[in-house]
Design a protein around this ligand. Sequence first.
Ligand code: ATP
Length: 354
Amino acid sequence: MAQIRIQNVRKEFGAFTAVRSSTFTIEDGEFFMLLGPSGCGKTTTLRMMAGLELPTSGEIFIDGEEIGMKPASKRDIAFVFQMFALYPHMNVRKNISYPLVSQGMKREEVKTRVQEVARILKIENILDRPVGGLSGGDRQRVALGRAIVRQPKAFFMDEPLGALDAEFREHMAEELRALHDRMGATTVYVTHDQLEAMQMGDKIVVMNHGVVEQFGKPQQIYDWPATKFVAQFIGSPSMNFLDFEGMIGIGGKSVDLGEAKIEVPAAREGRAGKLTLGVRPEHVRFATESAYRGRVTAVEYLGTTQIVTLRSSHGDLKARIPSDRPVREGELVGLAFDARTLSLFDAETGKALR
Ligand code: ATP
């Protein structure tokens, strides 16, 4: 079990800064996601926690102990990579027991541990098979077995499912999460897939260009994105952004959308300036009475819901509405938003106004 604290951690490679002053805490037993687009610094952050890379500045604590200079082998963690390297000439049992045997553990104890891991991963029936002939899923379980058999304080996983096809990926994601819930060990998981992060994570750090944009529970991040970047990165289709350059009507408590007024909750009342209103597609309603209108430019049928693309005086937007409402391309519809679900950003800094 381990609590991991990252404090003002920075990493430079020559003149390039890969991670800029990151600060966040991973609580004991959490399934924690490092999320962001390619090159944002997720892997570098994980490698610093693991001791595979030294921070340029800042501190990393595991259970309160500053471990910045402690080598990887002394940190009591297990690393699971995307490409699982197994020993092809050994059977499953030998592959899993290898880390214990090489650390000199007694044979009886090794046997008990391997049996326990095989039970957890449901691979008892293949323990004596050579790994060469196994299916992708079983190979993955064996590799996981080798990581968990040491019973480390924490697991670090870098896109462990990245090489799998979509269907199998989802299945393994569920297995990983269930495994974590049974074992309870702190797990740090790197992904660029926002859906995977939302589904699996207890908490998420969203990174962009080496900067921690937001850190919190999946629902907090979805409902209250701290920046425009987070708002557009999380959720599919993305949040709509409507700009109010020059003609912001935040007077009192309403935003002026043409002739339609939208109530803004007091907590997010903006000052005058260039503002961006953020509204998720599922929070756009068709409302015949509204003076704010959009022209339908495309309709995408998704079963119970449909994604309708509209052109409005404040920009293009997408609405997710029930499929039982017939929609024609070219149709002009009145639009309304529920004020409680709106995000409001400073258009220049991209920061949410709270
Ligand atoms: P990806 O999903 O593509 O791996 P990432 O978010 O994990 O992306 P990192 O691997 O942490 O990103 O890399 C962040 C940036 O640092 C990238 O621009 C990368 O090219 C750079 N970088 C990483 N390692 C090194 C290194 N050893 N030397 C120089 N630059 C590096």
